[in-house]
Write a protein that binds this ligand. Structure first.
Ligand SMILES: Cc1cc2nc3c(=O)[nH]c(=O)nc-3n(C[C@H](O)[C@H](O)[C@H](O)COP(=O)(O)OP(=O)(O)OC[C@H]3O[C@@H](n4cnc5c(N)ncnc54)[C@H](O)[C@@H]3O)c2cc1C
Length: 332
């Protein structure tokens, strides 16, 4: 089987589409670089979109408060000004410097080439915790969802949401006015979500099934039609008719393959200097994944490190380029 390959050599390839990677992609465009961004999830936004899309953030400069997903949307709009190439659902497995000095990146989908690389991989590639029912994988991409990009697809449907954390409760509440019916199933009586959200859930028309777990999916080759739930203590079973199942069991992240790329790593983070350079010339790191004396893990810090990493990459490719960029006010 031939491996898919993008033979175009990009100026910079950014590994990780969280806030730091997205802002780096914008900044690369601003510095007239040909930019590619690779993200292992089917969506951009990193921890903000995956872990707390509905929460307000209060410490992003210029925003007294902003919902996490809204900040991601703004970053996307800003980044799209320069139309970077975006590769979703791709996890970078290997990074290797070739004899001509360019980098070869191999993902689970294809091979990419780049003059420089910026790693903005946060805590490593995210994977949703999956439903531990044998037939579940058959319905991924059909009517079993681990991510929601478009609420409208659930309009008029009978939706089962699995999970007891913030995401499960938030999605249930958001789906309530759109779906025909929403049922939330959680293995404990008590939800882990914010008290305020749980209060709203109690007042809503969402049907709550606790302490239950889904134990069997009944369906055909197209879709899950019914889910069998089991009472955790009593072992009794109930069957729910469904049009869609959403699973919010959280995410697992791991540095995984990044550890094998020959980078200096300290306490699960990549060591960089004040130019965001790693020990491999041409490879930079920024955001939660990087560490240096005094490093703190905040969105604001990633936003500061991204332009430094981009400017370092720019001067690596073209030593006559200036580290200090022109001000954006003078560029448009
Ligand atoms: C519940 C919660 C609340 C928070 N609240 C705040 C707050 O109020 N203020 C604040 O400043 N910070 C907050 N944070 C921290 C903040 O979310 C992080 O500092 C920020 O997300 C870091 O951004 P990043 O882009 O560096 O990494 P991430 O957001 O972690 O994004 C990294 C991305 O890289 C991808 N990736 C990793 N490895 C690979 C690979 N090999 N190939 C392809 N893609 C890969 C991952 O899938 C991920 O999407 C909060 C965090 C949590 C969990």
């Amino acid at each position: 089987m031939s491996v898919k390959e993008d033979r175009n050599v990009y100026d910079v390839t950014i590994i990780g589409g969280g806030p730091t990677g997205m802002f780096a992609a914008f900044y690369g465009g601003l510095r007239q670089m040909k930019v590619k961004i690779i993200e292992s999830l089917p969506q951009l936004g990193g921890q903000l979109a995956a872990l707390y899309p509905e929460k307000y953030i209060y410490d992003v400069a210029g925003f007294p408060k902003v919902r996490a997903q809204e900040l991601v949307n703004q970053l996307k709009e800003q980044m799209d000004l320069f139309s970077p190439t975006v590769c979703l659902n791709e996890s970078v497995d290997t990074l290797e410097k070739q004899e001509d000095g360019t980098f070869k990146l191999v993902t689970n989908q294809q091979i990419h080439y780049s003059k420089t690389v910026i790693i903005t991989a946060g805590n490593g590639a995210f994977q949703p915790r999956r439903l531990e029912i044998e037939s579940a994988s058959r319905y991924e991409g059909k009517n079993l969802h681990y991510f929601i990009n478009d609420l409208g697809q659930f309009s008029g449907k009978r939706v089962l949401v699995c999970g007891g954390g913030d995401s499960a409760v938030d999605w249930s509440l958001m789906l309530e006015p759109i779906a025909q019916s929403v049922t939330i199933v959680h293995r404990r009586d008590k939800f882990r979500a914010h008290e305020h959200s749980v209060e709203q859930l109690k007042k809503s028309s969402v049907q709550v099934k606790t302490p239950f777990v889904p134990v069997e999916l009944v369906g055909d080759e197209h879709a899950i039609r019914q889910v069998i739930l089991e009472h955790v203590k009593e072992g009794t079973k109930e069957t729910i008719d469904v049009d869609a199942v959403i699973v919010n069991y959280g995410f697992i992240s791991s540095l995984g393959p990044i550890k094998n790329w020959g980078l200096d790593i300290e306490k699960n983070a990549i060591k960089v200097n004040s130019r965001m350079e790693t020990n491999i010339p041409g490879v930079y790191a920024a955001g939660d994944i990087c560490t240096y004396d005094g490093k703190i893990k905040l969105i604001a810090c990633g936003f500061g490190e991204a332009p430094i990493a981009i400017s370092s990459a720019k001067t690596y490719i073209d030593p006559t380029a200036r580290m200090q960029p022109a001000h954006s006010t003078s560029l448009f």
